[in-house]
Design a protein around this ligand. Structure first.
Ligand code: ADP
Ligand code: ZN
Length: 314
């Protein structure tokens, strides 16, 4: 890379509890990173900018910054609120203008996408979706988010997908729980994110026994998500990650429930082999930050980095 391309790649992974920031050489070697607690937008973003200004002084100027953020976000470049966090229930954060904040303080090109799309990019380049150009990355944690890659790039139409809020039929044995989504009650996230499981059973998923009937209900909802994603998008693979998926048996339960939901209809070579269709993430815990670094790389060069030329994977 030459000229401006010699500058550093900068990345932000903005979450509800913490914001991770990193700067890397153009070959992906991380030079510096930091973790900032998510407090008020002003304090949190000022901390991030200070980190990047300091890093650019110590190393070299920044070439581009990419952000993977919690949402919802406005990603339509024609919308007046483009680049902001919109209707988040997180106090103080609605209307936070991520793109302009970093453009103003760092004077670099800024790319913004959802946290799950950034993670999906990391999985595509370095994890469980290598070689695929159409797949879904799902995180089941405090919320449920779905990153969608189509044609080798994160999908965004008029705005980013919100598949975590899709409506799904009630699982057998779960007619009474009202659901906890502040907007929809019993959408997928309201029924199946970690806090929904905790509200329903009085204990967090990390402590729910493996033989608890709640797992079959959870698997039914996640299988409904996977069936719907399959029929709408025909992805080549669906990656299920996030804290709740760390429960050891859950991927298998989802595969079994998904097999039932398909009922033999609309299968393809990939959905015939569910062990290779519903999989765990493979790019490590920092995948969102790695994906954002790759997005910054793409902003500079016009293409994704090759895993073989990316320092962190060597
Ligand atoms: P976030 O969504 O805030 O980024 P996580 O993806 O870590 O965070 O998800 C947090 C959720 O994951 C919590 O509801 C927690 O109960 C659940 N969780 C964390 N570890 C485990 C585990 N080993 N097994 C099952 N659930 C877990
Ligand atoms: Zn909802």
């Amino acid at each position: 890379m030459t000229g401006r391309n010699e500058g550093l790649l900068a990345a932000v992974e903005a979450g509800g509890t913490k914001v991770l920031c990193a700067v890397a050489r153009p070959d992906g070697r991380v030079l510096d990173q930091t973790r900032i607690e998510t407090t008020t937008p002003a304090a949190t973003l000022a901390g991030a900018s200070a980190f990047f200004l300091n890093a650019s002084q110590r190393h070299s100027p920044l070439a581009a910054l990419a952000i993977g953020s919690f949402g919802p976000l406005s990603l339509d470049p024609d919308a007046p609120d483009f680049g902001t966090i919109t209707t988040t229930p997180k106090p103080g954060w609605p209307g936070t203008d991520l793109v302009r904040h970093f453009q103003r303080t760092l004077n670099v090109p800024v790319t913004l996408d959802t946290d799950v799309n950034a993670a999906a990019v990391g999985e595509m380049l370095f994890g469980s979706a290598q070689g695929l150009d159409c797949f879904c990355y799902v995180t089941v944690g405090t919320g449920i988010g779905v990153g969608i890659v189509i044609g080798g790039a994160p999908h965004g139409g008029a705005n980013h997908p919100e598949a975590g809020h899709m409506r799904i039929p009630r699982a057998p044995g779960d007619a009474d729980f009202r659901g906890i989504c502040p907007y929809h009650g019993d959408c997928l996230e309201g029924l199946a994110a970690g806090p929904a499981m905790q509200a329903r059973w009085g204990v967090g998923t990390a402590d729910l026994p493996h033989d608890h009937p709640g797992w079959a209900i959870e698997a039914d909802y996640l299988a409904a998500l996977c069936a719907n994603l399959t029929y709408v998008l025909q992805p080549q693979r669906i990656i299920l990650g996030g804290g709740v998926m760390q429960a050891g048996q859950l991927h298998g339960l989802v595969r079994d429930a998904l097999y039932e939901k398909f009922s033999g209809y609309g299968l393809n070579a990939r959905t015939h082999a569910l062990d290779d269709y519903i999989v765990a993430p493979g790019a490590g815990a920092a995948v969102g930050l790695t994906g954002a670094l790759a997005m910054a790389y793409r902003a500079v060069t016009g293409r994704w980095p090759e895993a073989t030329e990316w320092a962190a994977t060597k």
